[in-house]
Every structure is written in structure tokens, then in C-alpha cells.
Design a protein around this ligand. Structure first.
Ligand code: NAD
Length: 476
């Protein structure tokens, strides 16, 4: 039986805790019980981590591709061995069903193995120049990275934040969410146990605003990688300008799903219901705004309501649970506010719309339809288990609604018409578009958005290149 571990930071390979530091209680969202107290960094801890990261970069930038690949592959092997413990810890901290946590471990395994290969594929290029001269374009690691990961993928987010800098030859200071620290520590420990020099990757926790101001205020940090809300992303982008740090911003979304009357509606429904209630909707690429052509609207809405009611909501550690609690008390509060506002403005509530039980942060799988566009929920990322389903007449209206918001992360289109598929792929504004599929990621594919959803990519070759700078060398 997996025990929830005691908590610490990892600075210069040392487990740091106690010493009169402030602490933060980590809570199991299914029960409301405190699992452990997390030590929070003081300024001196952050200064030490920065000094170590500077040394770590000096070491790792000289590593060979083979050395980096060995570490990444070794960490991937350890994650496989430790899969069950890692998954249980993630579910205890975040609430998602155990099966989803196990998948998260394997996504990291796939990503680390892919990045291991990428270490050998960081090619430069040689320009055509007169004999006796030479011009080459090289990629070099950007430098120490500050990486801030949120709580919704307690294993996957830290995996992305650590894997890319390690593959690129950078050092990294990870501040994962204080609500899910043990999962992040578990991933970092796999890297250290696989032979990563202790100076190269460290983990701190703290008061987020203190940590980000301190790290980004240092010229040692050369890149910020952030996943989280658009509002915090904008704030951090401003902080990063002081030292002109490069940024990768993976921010919010409001995933439009266009369902046309020529689509395989049954398949669209089965896929969308599963996608919607995955991780209780707390997913940046969650399908959210269902833009449904009027001939299939009622069938789709009624099928969705049936799908919502069929979810088995409970503790993620219990077999058979299909949807766990929300991850923290802010989320059910946000659901109550957003769904209350929509209903008050005339939206129809087909399922859910209420909390479940009196312990933990459970919220019922919900469906709203015929929602006025000025309702808050049609404009603000709900980040919860609610589907928003509205009818539309024409393709043009549907594309206009998909592109109405400033977000552009994931979009999904369901239609059997090939020409229409091509038009949608071109015209829907998003970083990732699924056509008759909600599989929009993969270790080898760039993951990221446009507009208010951020910029830059994680995963794929782009994820490693995002931790590198180019240098042009001209020899006369
Ligand atoms: P939040 O916006 O305060 O925090 C989001 C994340 O950013 C957390 O992990 C938090 O630790 C971190 N953060 C906050 N302030 C920070 C700072 N000054 N410096 C560094 N990191 C900071 O709110 P929240 O309640 O945790 O989440 C609310 C919203 O965030 C959600 O509704 C959703 O829109 C968004 N979110 C997005 C993702 C994603 O995958 N893109 C993940 C989690 C949350």
C-alpha cells in the first residue's frame, strides 16, 4: 500500500525542509484530509537554488547527447518501475481516477524516450559560402530555466517542465504547484536516480508570487516556462521582461467543438463525453463549447446529458470511479458561480449543477444548453466538469463562434465532409485541431496555443528547441 511521503524541496541534491520554514498543508481533495505539510522556500533557499543552477548549467551544457539520452531513458525506466506508487500519490494529491494517473506516468515515459532521441537530432546548418570561408548556424542551450507547473497533471506537467531543459543541456529550477508536490518530487527523483548531476535539476516550493519574482528577478535565469491561467501568464510575462528571459506560455483555453449534421454523432458523443469529464474537466484542452448544427442539436444534447448522468463520481483510488473530485476548493466555488450566472441568464441545466456530498470537493458532471453568449461561462475558462451546448445553423456561424474568444489552444471538429474538414483545419484559430478525433497530443507533436492561450510549444522537437538559442558563426 502506497504511503503518502514526507515532503521537502530538493536543492543541490539535498532534501531541504524544517528549519523554521513556513509550511503549506497538502490536502486530499476526495476527503479534505491533510496529507502532509510542505516546506516553503525562504529567499535564502531561492538564492542557493539559483547559484546551484548556474553551476548546473556550466556542467550540463558540456554534456554529450549520449549522456543526456542515458539519463532520460534511465528516468523513463524508473518511472515504469515506480508507476503504481507515482500514480497513487498523484491521485491522493489531485483526485483524478487512478487509471488517469497511470496514463500520466506513461505519457512521461513516452516523452522522455522521445526526448532521448531528440538529443541526437539537434542539428544546425551550414550556409553556402565561398571556398575558404564558412558560416554555420548552431543551437545552444538557453541557460538555467525557471519552470512553473500547475496541479492538474501532477506528474505530466513536471515531466514536460523537466524533460525539455534536460534534453537541451540546460539546468532547471522547478516550482510545481504546492497542492501536488509529491508527484513532482517523484519525477525529479527518477532523473536524479538515473544519474542526472544534482546541480542540473532542483525543486522548490513557496508562495508563488514570491518565488516567481525572486527567480525571474535574477539574471541567472534565462528562460521561463509556465503552464497555468492566462491572467498569471500575463503577469509573469511582464516580470520576465526585466531580464529579457525567453518564455514558453501554456495558458488557458475554451475548447470549441464543432459538430456538423454530417458527422458520426454517436462517435462524437462517446469521445466528447469521455474527454469532457476526464480529470473533472480540469484540463486546458478540455472540450468545452459545443457548437452543434441544429439538425443534430437535440440528439447531441440529450446524449450528452445521458453521458453526464452515467459518470461514476467518487474517490479516484476506488475501482470503477470515472470522475474524481475537483482538485481544490476554488474549483467547486467557480462552478457554482459560473453555472449560477448562466442559469440566472436563462441557460437550461440538463444535468448536475450542484456539489456532491459533504466532504472533499466533488461537483456533479454538468450540462448546460442554450446559453446566452454574454454569460460568464461562455467567455471564461470554466476548468470544470461542465459541457456548454448551443445550436447553430451554418458553417460560417459555427466557425465565427469557434473564433469568437481570444483563446486558441485546442479545437475539435466533427464532420464527414472532406472539403469541410480542410476548411475547418485552415480557418479555426487554435494551436491544435482535432478532426473527428480528440487525440491532439503525442510525445512527437508540438503542444501549445495562440492568442491568450500563450506561445511556444512543449513536446515534439519544438519542445527541446524552445530551450535553445541560435548562434550564427561566420568564419572569414
Ligand atoms: P491560479 O491562476 O492562481 O494558478 C494557476 C497556476 O499558476 C498554479 O499552479 C499556481 O501555483 C501558479 N501561480 C499562480 N500565481 C503564480 C505566480 N505569481 N508565479 C508563479 N506561479 C503562479 O489559479 P488556480 O486556482 O490554481 O487555477 C485557476 C485557473 O488556472 C483555472 O481556471 C485555469 O484557467 C488555469 N489553469 C490552467 C492550467 C493549464 O493547464 N493551462 C492548469 C491549471 C490551472
Amino acid at each position: 500500500m502506497t504511503q503518502y511521503p514526507s515532503l521537502h524541496m530538493i536543492i543541490d541534491g539535498e532534501k531541504v525542509s524544517g528549519g523554521g520554514r513556513r509550511t503549506f498543508p497538502v490536502v486530499n481533495p476526495a476527503t479534505g484530509e491533510t496529507l502532509a505539510e510542505l516546506p516553503l522556500a525562504e529567499a535564502a533557499d531561492l538564492d542557493r537554488a539559483l547559484e546551484v543552477a548556474d553551476r548546473g548549467f556550466a556542467i550540463w551544457r558540456k554534456s554529450t547527447p549520449q549522456e543526456r539520452a542515458n539519463v532520460l531513458q534511465g528516468a523513463a525506466r524508473l518511472m515504469v518501475e515506480r508507476q503504481e506508487d507515482l500514480a497513487r500519490i498523484a491521485t491522493m494529491e489531485e483526485g483524478k481516477p487512478l487509471a488517469e494517473s497511470r496514463i500520466e506516468v506513461m505519457m512521461n515515459v513516452g516523452l522522455f524516450n522521445f526526448y532521448a532521441g531528440e538529443c541526437f537530432r539537434i542539428y544546425g546548418r551550414e550556409l553556402v559560402r565561398p571556398e575558404g570561408t564558412r558560416s554555420t548556424i548552431r543551437h545552444e542551450p538557453v541557460g538555467p530555466v525557471a519552470a512553473f507547473a500547475p496541479w492538474n497533471f501532477p506528474l505530466g506537467n513536471p515531466g514536460r517542465k523537466l524533460g525539455a531543459p534536460v534534453a537541451a543541456g540546460c539546468s532547471v529550477i522547478l516550482k510545481s504547484a504546492e497542492e501536488t508536490p509529491a508527484s513532482a518530487l517523484g519525477i525529479l527523483q527518477c532523473l536524479l536516480d538515473a544519474g542526472l548531476p544534482k546541480e542540473v535539476a532542483q525543486a522548490v516550493f513557496g508562495v508563488p508570487d514570491e518565488v516567481s519574482r525572486h527567480l525571474l528577478g535574477s539574471p541567472i535565469i534565462r528562460k521561463l516556462s509556465f503552464t497555468g491561467s492566462t491572467v498569471v501568464g500575463k503577469h509573469l510575462a511582464c516580470l520576465a521582461t526585466q531580464n529579457m528571459q525567453r518564455t514558453t506560455m501554456e495558458l488557458g483555453g475554451h475548447g470549441p467543438v464543432l459538430v456538423f449534421d454530417d458527422a458520426d454523432v454517436e462517435k462524437a458523443l462517446a469521445t466528447a463525453v469521455g474527454g469532457k469529464y476526464r480529470n473533472a474537466g480540469q484540463v486546458c484542452v478540455s472540450p468545452t463549447r459545443f457548437i452543434v448544427q441544429e439538425d443534430v442539436f437535440e440528439k447531441f444534447r440529450d446524449g450528452f446529458i445521458a453521458g453526464a448522468k452515467a459518470q461514476v463520481v467518487g474517490d479516484g483510488l476506488v475501482d470503477g470511479t470515472t470522475m474524481g473530485p475537483m482538485a481544490n476548493p476554488r474549483r467547486p466555488e467557480a462552478m457554482e458561480r459560473l453555472i449560477g450566472d448562466a442559469v440566472q441568464r436563462g441557460a437550461k441545466l440538463g444535468a448536475g449543477g450542484e456539489r456532491i456530498g459533504n466532504q472533499g470537493y466533488f461537483y456533479a458532471p454538468s450540462v448546460l444548453s442554450e446559453i446566452p453568449l454574454d454569460a460568464d461561462i461562455m467567455n471564461e475558462e470554466p476548468f470544470g466538469p461542465v459541457a456548454l451546448i448551443n445550436p447553430y445553423r451554418s458553417e460560417d456561424e459555427m466557425i465565427a463562434e469557434a473564433n469568437r474568444l481570444p483563446y486558441g489552444l485546442a479545437a475539435y471538429c466533427w464532420t464527414g465532409d472532406y472539403k469541410r474538414q480542410q476548411r475547418l483545419a485552415a480557418q479555426v484559430r487554435a494551436g491544435m485541431v482535432g478532426i473527428n478525433s480528440h487525440m491532439i497530443g503525442g510525445a512527437d507533436a508540438p503542444f501549445g496555443g495562440v492568442g491568450w492561450s500563450g506561445h511556444g510549444s512543449e513536446d515534439g522537437p519544438e519542445g527541446v528547441l524552445a530551450c535553445m538559442v541560435t548562434k550564427a558563426v561566420h568564419e572569414g
